[in-house]
Write a protein that binds this ligand. Sequence first.
Ligand code: SF4
Ligand code: SF4
Length: 339
Amino acid sequence: MGLEDACVHCGFCLEACPTYVVTRSEIHSPRGRITSVRLGISSEGIETCMFCRRCELACPSGVEYGKLIHNVREESPVKKALNVVMERPQLAYRFFKSSEGLNSPVVRRIHELIPRMEAPLEYREESPEIILFPGCLMSVAFRRTVNNALLFIKSRGYRVEILNGCCGLSHYSEGDKVRSNALIQQLRERFKGRRVVSLSSNCSAHMREMGLNVEDFSEFALSELRDEKRKLTITIHDPCHANLMGITKSTRKVVERLGINVVEMDEPSFECGAGGGYFIYHPEIADRVMDVKAEKVKRSGQKLVLSTNPACSLALAFKGFRPLHLADILEGIEDLNPS
Ligand code: SF4
Ligand code: SF4
């Protein structure tokens, strides 16, 4: 019996699925994708899945959709090449800098979505007690957040080293079994016997699902908070994989302990439109999903959006909001007065 056979076609997953919500097409729905796998027919819906896995949370039959799509997808050469570049944040930074002005739709889109990249922050103290793992995109697109996380951990008295690298979630979501397994294996060896704090919450979720023992930054912050308060009003976006693995609960507990005023948006875990690298390769659907998300955020009346995952933060910034990570709230508070 295959994973697809657990689906009873009830349709409870349809409204949870961002690609179905914006297309209203069965082909671009979880149920339609599962049917194509069951019938063994090719479908463009397999390619258009954002791999947010919101359908899994909505499914009463426990269909393991993430595993199913990982098993059947085949990565295109362009995606493979970009994933290989992202594995090494220093290389990603150099590629970004040298590709400015190149006449390629993919490169143009990358520069449109990521207006600024910086060299990854390098830092290592003698006998480090904690590895801070920013994740590939956070390393180059949100260097300041990495610095804020480093300052917060150091302020708690720990010696730290930063490990800039990739958890392989993008590779996994595109069906690249060999490379996603290899990256997890490398990290398993590197993390052995060490305390690891992961800064990108969807990476935290993926690494944990793959059996690695990592703390999300929100969990670290929760265990280290003193009697601190922040005078701030925000809305909160719940990144999809972090939400699936329950990590967003600790983010919200930190916010509560800090006494931050939260104005909830509709469906905080609704896909932001980034889908990892999806917003680079599928601009038409991604832009429509970003529009739906932007409406939900707008209705909260807030510009400041807590987002603990970098791709989500880029999508929110693309739509004119100001994303901030927990690390920015904890260490970058003086910059947060909305102008
Ligand atoms: S993973 Fe997301 S985009 Fe893909 S079918 Fe499930 S809900 Fe839809
Ligand atoms: S995936 Fe689950 S929720 Fe969706 S149609 Fe199948 S059984 Fe129903």
